[in-house]
Design a protein around this ligand. Structure first.
Ligand code: NDP
Ligand code: MG
Length: 406
């Protein structure tokens, strides 16, 4: 007979061991915030950073991971000294290979991939091949190597959960019985919302004069510097179009970008019967992070209730391709296929670095990317090694372009 009282017994959950790649970044820190709220479910296995010794030291002190990885050797040596001085048992590793090792380690269940840029590709691939649950924030992995990464996820038996808020929203409102083709699920298209960034209303002349400080001041989200600049140029949305293509097997024509300044609707899926399903919430990355950590369960994230009455109004408009050419360039790279998105991504990373270093203007960013893309040979993607070479070549061309101009 059915025992009603047994239904109310809390289910014991197996502890999940988590590696956080890019632990000192904004996504890394917010992931640890959610994990701290569920200490009975998660144990931190490894934390990684590039150069931020102080940041990783503080996190190691608080979370006592088994491993800490720093990309650079001097930083690793410094971290090891500091941890030893406080009697910590955390083992400090160093270098790119160590990032992949802690992502693929047999004791790890969940990997948060939150390194910024192309540097996140190898460890994300390692997690995919090792069949982990991957919480993917690092969109550049899909932009550079979408085909190979999705293949590695399938072959490695990994579970891929998108953390980018738009893709997480789409994932939440897609049918859970997945089919390879959108049409088989009755899906007509996906609608990616975009805040429009801080320069939504700026004229072309104003955009030419945008400063670093202005571009770093995003109206709705607090994020690392690279993605904040990408949001201001709308390259972020362009990268997300490519990300959506790989995650949901959507053609460029099936992905529409809608500017929605309040960032309350995180994205939508339109079905063939005219239904449009949306996921809403306060703009706080702890919601998609908690979704990824808990899936298929729901976990509290610390995010407050959405107060629609206070928000009052939700607005929508079309993106302007004249003022935001980066979005057009990303659609073109996706349509061109092959190595084009990897070249777009590499040129963008160099251009954003130069803008952050205040050596180029805001509207030079799309000019550099377009010029590198149009001068590059687009090839079919055959291997990760090829993509790494294409990425390096595009960076060199972009760097040379910058030198010749100055
Ligand atoms: P941050 O710049 O805040 O953090 C980046 C993290 O990666 C830091 O831990 C940094 O270490 C580490 N890192 C940087 N370069 C390297 C490298 N070469 N090798 C290894 N580690 C490196 O970025 P965010 O947290 O904002 O973004 C992370 C990723 O998530 C990006 O791909 C972004 O597009 C994506 N994302 C972010 C969102 C957000 O709200 N922030 C939303 C959606 C997606 P150190 O501190 O030592 O430099
Ligand atoms: Mg996003």
């Amino acid at each position: 007979m059915h025992n009603a009282s047994a239904d109310h017994q809390p289910q014991p959950v197996a502890i999940q061991h988590v590696t956080i790649l890019g632990a000192t970044g904004t996504i890394g820190v917010q992931t640890l915030d959610v994990i701290s709220q569920h200490a009975e479910r998660f144990k931190v296995f490894a934390l990684t950073a590039s150069t931020n010794v102080k940041g990783l030291f503080d996190l190691c002190k608080q979370y006592a991971p088994q491993y800490a990885v720093m990309l650079h050797s001097e930083a690793a040596a410094e971290l090891a000294i500091q941890l030893k001085a406080i009697g910590s048992n955390t083992i400090v590793l160093q270098g790119e290979d160590a990032l992949s090792e802690v992502a693929a380690h047999e004791q790890v269940d969940v990997v948060m991939a939150a390194i910024v840029g192309a540097a996140g590709l190898h460890p994300a691939m390692a997690a995919a091949r090792a069949g982990k649950r991957i919480l993917l924030a690092n969109k550049e992995t899909l932009v550079m190597a979408g085909n190979l990464f999705m293949q590695a996820v399938a072959e490695g038996g990994a579970t891929l959960l998108p953390i980018d808020s738009e893709h997480n929203a789409i994932f939440q409102v897609m049918p859970h019985q997945r089919s390879k083709h959108l049409a088989d699920m009755g899906v007509k298209r996906v609608l990616l919302t975009a805040s429009g960034g801080p320069f939504r209303h700026a004229s072309l002349a104003e955009l030419q004069a945008v400063t670093r400080a202005q571009a770093l001041n995003h109206p709705n989200w607090v994020m690392g510097p690279k993605i904040t600049i990408d949001s201001a140029t709308m390259m972020n949305k362009g990268l997300e179009v490519i990300e959506a293509h790989w995650l949901f097997n959507a053609s460029p024509a099936q992905i529409e970008v809608v500017v929605h300044p309040q960032s309350v609707i995180h994205s939508m899926v339109e079905y063939i019967d005219g239904s449009v399903l949306a996921q809403l919430g306060n703009p706080d990355m702890r919601t998609p992070i908690a979704y990824g950590l808990g899936y298929p369960d729901r976990l509290a994230s610390g995010v407050g209730s959405l107060d629609l009455l206070k928000i009052g109004q939700l607005d929508f408009c079309a993106p302007d391709p004249m003022r935001f050419p980066c979005l057009r360039l990303a659609y073109e790279a996706l349509t061109a296929g092959g190595t084009a998105p990897a070249i777009l991504n590499a040129a963008n990373e160099i251009a954003v670095e130069a803008f952050l270093a205040e050596t180029i203007g805001f509207m030079d960013i799309p000019v550099i990317i377009e010029s590198i893309l149009s001068a590059s040979q687009i090839e079919e993607v055959a291997s990760i090694e090829q993509l790494v070479a294409v990425d390096a070549q595009a960076r060199q061309s972009a760097t040379r372009w910058l030198k010749n101009r100055s």
